[in-house]
Design a protein around this ligand. Structure first.
Ligand SMILES: [Zn+2]
Length: 230
């Protein structure tokens, strides 16, 4: 086993044991989210790793990665960037290499584990799916509450990937659509969204009567609405 971190041309390189089928002496250098990783086969010694990390090939890799880093604009906040926003909280996103894709949130960071062989698009798809599932859980939990409060009922709801609205109510069918971007917002904001869309079953337009209804159900709705905008 190699040490967890090694130095190479003044950079820190995190070492990652390759998968069982990786050739014993193989070493691969990678760059992800501002960090360098060395994947290595089971037979790689520390001496061999030091020689590899001191080679011009690796230095060339560093220089190219760093040049690219300057020219690439940061990835979207939600997907693959250095931050992960969930339920109104911003977590620094730490990406690690591992055998199974998985996201774990702790109080102060989001740790995203991904196998080396999945693409950035696949990784992004996983994170999107994770957010959608959490949002669906919130809606499952909160929609019945607000249906009781308002006495209004959606026939069903769907979580969409549409970014041009937060929510949308089909008055004729009672189908409620909630955009998955709401996963970034606190539960209070999702509550407001649910009340807002349910209220449309009573009042189509965003007029005084509409907001007076909302006020009845949720006296602090203005504060919740603000959360959606910020
Ligand atoms: Zn509306």
């Amino acid at each position: 086993m190699l040490p967890e971190k090694m130095k190479s041309f003044g950079r820190t390189v995190y070492t990652v044991r390759g998968r069982a089928d990786m050739r014993r002496t193989k070493m691969i250098i990678r760059y992800r989210d501002g960090k360098y990783f060395l994947s290595y086969g089971a037979g790689v010694t520390e001496g061999a790793a030091l020689i590899f990390l001191g080679s011009p090939r690796v230095l060339d890799f560093f220089l190219k990665a760093e040049k690219r880093r300057v020219s690439v604009k940061p990835a979207g906040i939600m997907y693959g960037g250095s931050e992960f926003i969930f339920q109104g909280k911003t977590y620094p996103l730490q990406t690690e290499s591992g055998s199974r894709v998985c996201l774990t949130l702790s109080a102060d960071k989001a740790v995203f584990v991904r196998p080396d062989n999945i693409s950035d698009a696949e990784a992004a798809a996983f994170l999107k799916k994770w957010l959608r599932a959490r949002l669906a859980e919130t809606v499952e939990k909160r929609l019945p509450v607000w249906e009781r409060v308002t006495g209004l009922k959606a026939s069903r709801y769907i979580i969409t990937t549409v970014k041009s609205y937060w929510g949308k109510m089909d008055i004729a069918t009672g189908l409620m659509r909630i955009s998955d971007k709401a996963a970034e917002k606190p539960e209070k904001a999702v509550d407001y969204l649910l009340v807002h869309e349910l209220t449309h079953l009573k009042r189509r337009n965003h007029d005084k009567v509409f907001y007076a209804e909302i006020q009845k159900y949720m006296p602090d709705w203005k504060e919740a609405e603000k959360m959606l905008k910020h």
